[in-house]
Structure formats: C-alpha cells, structure tokens
Design a protein around this ligand. Structure first.
Ligand code: PXL
Length: 268
C-alpha cells in the first residue's frame, strides 16, 4: 500500500449537526494535530448545544460498506470509535476490527451527551464488554461510563483505580479514565492504567460550561498521537493538554454547552 505523507486514521462515530462532538469534533481534532481523518458514520443526530432532538441509525450494511471501502484504499494507522448507539452496531464494528486485525483500536464508550441525552441503548453495554473492549488497544471512559460498564458507584480516585483493574481483566491493556466529571476535586485528574502501572495527570479544573465534545476530542487526540508514533504515556499527556487548551478558548457558540475551540492554535 502507498505510503502517505501524513498518517491516516479512521473514526467510526455519530454525526453531531451542531459540530461540537462526534464525527465533526474528531475531524477537527485530527486536522489540527496533523493526521488525515476518514469517517464511517454510524448514526446521524439532529442536535444543537442544548439538546439532541433526533437520532437515526444508518443500516448496518452501510456502516460496514464505509469501513470496507476505506480499508480497501487507505493504510489506516489507528481507528477510533465514538457513538455506536445499538448492540448491533457495536457488534458489527467488533466483527470488522477482528476481520481486519486492527491493532490500534481506541474505543471511546460514548453513552450520554453533555446535555444529558442518551447516546447508547442500555442493551449495548454487554456487547461492549463482550466483544469490543476485549479486542481494543485502549478504552477511554469518563467516570459515569466507567461506573455503567462496571455497574458500580465510582466516587474516589481509588474507585477509579480499582475500576481500571476490572476493565483490564476484559483483555484491554490501556485504560484511560477522564476525570472531568469529578467535581469534588479542584483539579481535573485523568488516570492512565497501562502495563499494569497507574499514571495520573492533573490540570486545573476549568469552570467553562463549553465542554460539549470534550470526551470525543480527548479520544480523537489520543488516536492522532498514537498514529503519529507517540508512546502511550506521552499520547495521554498531549491529549489532555490539547483538550484543556481547546476548552480554555471560549467561542461563545450556541446557548447551551458550547463546543471547544479545536483550532485554538490559529488564534493565539
Ligand atoms: O460527546 C459524546 C458524543 C459523541 N457522539 C455524538 C455526540 C456526542 C455528544 O453530544 O453527539 C454524535
């Protein structure tokens, strides 16, 4: 396969019409960090910064077709998943990952939007645990997602660490828990569990309500860093720095939870 000048990555995720999260956030992150992003769209949402109004899933055959078509022509260095919505979509993505022997599969187990709307059917949780997480390179839940995956309360840093050890038992080697939802700490503490070792990285908690798409953006930045050849720990640090900087720049878009500025570097 022809060698591209910049790494090519793929995001398998949902479209956010307000462009703060989902496919749109992923593409902006990829472009800002110097990788070429391709997309396989799973669902279309009609959405603004205040609410998700409608969700419509694509046919499974169309989801597979996008993936097959990209694999046919592109040397995909890393693949990220976002909103998968139904158990069938989670299953088809795991089938494709196995078929194509994806080594650098980053699974962001998207469940709820910043507006509080549901982005995953509850029946899909077991499918994540049984088929997708075990074959992934890294999984990047936030605290509520970790709690849902384990069906446990996660409150303290110790709970997060114990949770990582349990997720590790599903087979995935790298677990990152995004600490943005832990309002008990004045810092936002993210945890990486890799090679059976914990790393913590803290930055001052930002008060901004413009946090729509921060989860997607973190996982997309991590995917880009891995595709660029960074090691896991540095990719983790770079991704948190990127989200923190993007979130620091308020674009004042919409009346609800607004998007972060993926191109903050252009405006410095
Ligand atoms: O941030 C999670 C997320 C992922 N994917 C889509 C979304 C959202 C949040 O709103 O809309 C399509």
């Amino acid at each position: 396969m022809k060698k591209s000048k910049i790494p090519i990555v793929l995001t398998i995720a949902g479209s956010d019409s307000g462009s703060g999260a989902g496919i749109q956030a992923d593409l902006k992150t990829f472009s800002s960090l110097g990788v070429y992003g391709t997309t396989a769209i799973t669902v279309v949402t009609s959405q603004n910064t205040k609410r998700v109004r409608d969700v419509s899933a694509l046919d499974l055959s169309m989801i597979s077709s996008q993936i097959d078509c990209l694999v046919e022509d592109f040397d995909l260095r890393a693949i990220k998943t976002g909103m998968l919505f139904t158990p069938d979509i989670v299953k088809i993505v795991s089938d494709k990952a196995k078929e194509y022997k994806w080594e650098k599969l980053i699974v962001d187990p998207v469940m709820v939007a910043s507006s509080g709307d549901t982005l995953l059917q509850s029946e899909a949780i077991d499918e994540y645990k049984n088929s997708l997480i075990p074959i992934s390179f890294a999984v990047t839940p936030n605290i509520p997602e970790l709690a849902t995956l384990l069906n446990e309360k996660i409150i303290t840093i110790n709970d997060i660490k114990n949770g990582c050890v349990k997720i590790r038992k599903l087979g995935v080697k790298n677990i990152i828990v995004k600490g943005g939802h832990d309002n008990n700490n004045k810092d936002s503490i993210d945890i990486l569990y890799s090679d059976d070792t914990f790393y913590e990285y803290s930055l001052p908690r930002l008060k901004s309500k413009n946090n729509h798409g921060t989860g997607c953006t973190f996982a997309a930045a991590f995917t880009a860093n891995i595709a660029l050849g960074e090691n896991i720990k540095q990719s983790f640090i770079n991704s948190k720095d990127y989200v923190w900087n993007a979130m620091s720049n308020d674009l004042l878009i919409g009346n609800g939870n607004g998007p972060v500025d993926h191109f903050y570097k252009l405006r410095k």
